[in-house]
Design a protein around this ligand. Structure first.
Ligand code: T5A
Length: 216
């Protein structure tokens, strides 16, 4: 692998999509070849699975089935887009990845750690992010942003859950960051957009200093 892989994680409305655009601009201006993608989704098949999951179409089959669907979408995404891009020396910026499954399905979905670990291992087959930026914001503030952005559109499968569930997810992301502190960096996402970007770019500068992909 000669490229590198950055994932963006956090609760609803934390600002991941907004910040990915800023990072894409920053890296492109430096001459990197950048691929921006998202989960669930990113490939044709995974986008189909995305619409089934986020519409709530799989909820009736239970959390384990949803986790398997996320994994199926992720495997298609890894093999169809992420791994080939990394092999070509590109930088992949992904809006959510394994940590969202760990938190949403594993922690608040209450699935067995062994089940989640095995599913993840088989699904990603070694493709782990070099850097994961966890955008941290109180759940209420993130949901308020997500509500503003959504306007009249219907609230999705996961956004509709209670404030307490969203706050548990926030705490779970923070625990993950402690457990994998080399890979995961927490950024205060409650600041204004420029403040968040500044903190994110500081982490990316550290990554760039230690990693120079082919074709950059
Ligand atoms: N999921 C996903 C799982 O359960 N398991 C998994 O394995 C995976 C991969 C995906 C859902 O699926 C779940 C998690 C999610 O519930 P999604 O539509 O992709 O659904 O949802 P999110 O990733 O949560 O996307 P959001 O759009 O809600 O949040 P973002 O991308 O974090 O926020 P963004 O950038 O769109 O910003 C939201 C609004 O806030 C403003 C923006 O302009 C925008 O209007 N904003 C700010 N305002 C003030 N200050 C700032 N610093 C701001 N930054 C952004």
């Amino acid at each position: 692998m000669s490229g590198f892989f950055i994932s963006f994680e956090g609760g609803e409305g934390a600002g991941k999509t907004t910040q990915i655009k800023a990072v894409e601009k920053f890296l492109t201006e430096k001459g990197y070849s950048v691929v921006v993608t998202r989960e669930p989704g990113g490939t044709y098949g995974a986008e189909l699975v995305r619409s089934v999951i986020l519409s709530g179409g799989a909820e009736q089959y239970g959390t384990a089935m949803e986790a398997i669907l996320f994994a199926a979408a992720r495997n298609d995404h890894v093999e169809g887009l992420i791994r080939p891009a990394l092999e070509q020396g590109k930088v992949v910026l992904c809006d959510r990845y394994i940590d969202s499954s760990r938190v949403y399905q594993g922690v608040t979905g209450q699935l067995e750690p062994d089940f989640m670990d095995n599913l993840e291992r088989i699904t990603i087959d070694g493709i782990k992010p070099d850097l994961t930026l966890i955008l941290d914001i109180p759940a209420e503030a993130g949901l308020a942003r997500a509500n503003l952005r959504r306007g009249n559109e219907i609230v999705d499968r996961f956004e509709k859950e209670t404030l307490s569930v969203h706050e548990q997810r926030r705490q779970a992301f923070l625990r993950l960051a402690e457990e994998e502190s080399e890979r995961c960096k927490v950024v205060n996402a409650a600041q204004n957009i420029d403040g968040v970007s500044k903190d994110i770019l500081a982490h990316i500068d550290v990554l760039l200093a230690s990693h120079s992909p082919k074709g950059a």
